[in-house]
Design a protein around this ligand. Structure first.
Ligand code: ADP
Ligand code: MG
Length: 279
């Protein structure tokens, strides 16, 4: 797979004398994948997101996005265009008085001409199922709708990768579901490369690959199956296990063995159903 982002030997501290917020980070993000980065509060997730789009610059090491380096002032613009970030608070990211103007805002900054702009706005709202809302006021939307508009604003800029930094953590369960199913569909059907930063393992379990951060270092990396193999370790790292993993553990205590590959609730239900039919 094509490497989209390469991070090498990266270390970052906010102020001299502070603890390192990130230390010795090496990672790659590949085109088309859904990578989840998990870790408890303060483990360095948001710092990493800001280093990936050049909002912060590392003291050591490098971040390269499709050949462009965050450390070079004249390459930074290219990186900002390629790496779109949806942040935690839906109320901080929408700036205009209508959904249409909000999406147009980023495009105006890119100097996109009028006809093309219209087309891109149309395409991006339809990809997040917000077609009917172009003339609505962003502040009147629900949290889930606001985040979907923020996602549309990023899609319209045609980035190489979309980063969601705890983008669902302030939403109610309904909004959370809307946003996750939207990005899941964008990844599966549109091939959008996705980096979701979350402490919600229920969300991470749906990704192709997971990286676990703890105190600024990568402590685990692999497929969801591999990462969730040792639940005890994740609990020690301050993470709450997904429901399906907890249930699998309880079933095992009763002598019912569920395969490691049934991670989502749907997969678990299917496997239990099959077992039930055999009994
Ligand atoms: P996470 O997103 O995983 O909760 P952060 O990246 O926000 O973690 O924080 C990593 C570490 O950096 C924490 O120890 C945090 O206190 C520190 N930190 C975060 N932002 C700042 C800042 N603006 N100034 C100083 N220290 C910060
Ligand atoms: Mg954070």
């Amino acid at each position: 797979m094509k490497e989209l982002i390469k991070v090498a030997n990266l270390s970052f501290q906010y102020d001299e004398g502070d603890e390192w917020a990130l230390q010795g980070i090496n990672l790659s993000v590949y085109k088309g994948e859904w990578l989840a980065i998990v870790g408890h509060n303060g483990s360095g997730k948001s710092t990493l997101a800001k280093l990936l789009n050049g909002l912060l610059l590392p003291q050591h090491g490098s971040v390269v996005v499709e050949g462009f380096r965050t450390t070079e002032m004249d390459e930074l613009w290219e990186i900002r265009r390629r790496v779109g970030v949806v942040f935690q608070n839906p109320d901080n990211q929408l700036v205009a008085t209508t959904v249409r103007d909000d999406i147009a805002f980023g495009l105006e900054n890119l100097g996109i001409e009028r006809e093309e702009m219209k087309q891109r706005i149309q395409d991006s709202v339809s990809k997040v199922n917000m077609e009917g809302f172009l003339d609505h006021e962003p502040h009147r939307l629900s949290g889930g709708q606001k985040q979907r508009v923020a996602i549309a604003g990023i899609l319209a800029m045609q980035p190489s990768i979309m980063i969601l930094d705890e983008a669902t953590s302030m939403l109610d369960p309904m909004g959370c579901k809307e946003v996750i199913s939207t990005v899941e569909r964008l990844n599966h059907e549109e091939g959008i490369t996705l980096l979701s930063i979350t402490h919600d393992l229920e969300e991470a379990i749906r990704a192709d690959r997971i990286i676990v951060l703890n105190q600024g270092e990568i402590v685990k990396e692999g497929s969801p199956e591999e990462v969730f193999q040792n639940g005890e370790e994740l609990i020690r790292l301050g993470l709450d296990l997904p429901f399906s993993i907890k249930l699998r553990q309880k079933l095992l205590e009763k002598g019912i063995n569920i395969s490691n590959s049934s991670l989502t609730q749907e997969e678990l239900v299917n496997e239990l159903w099959t077992l039930h039919l055999k009994m």
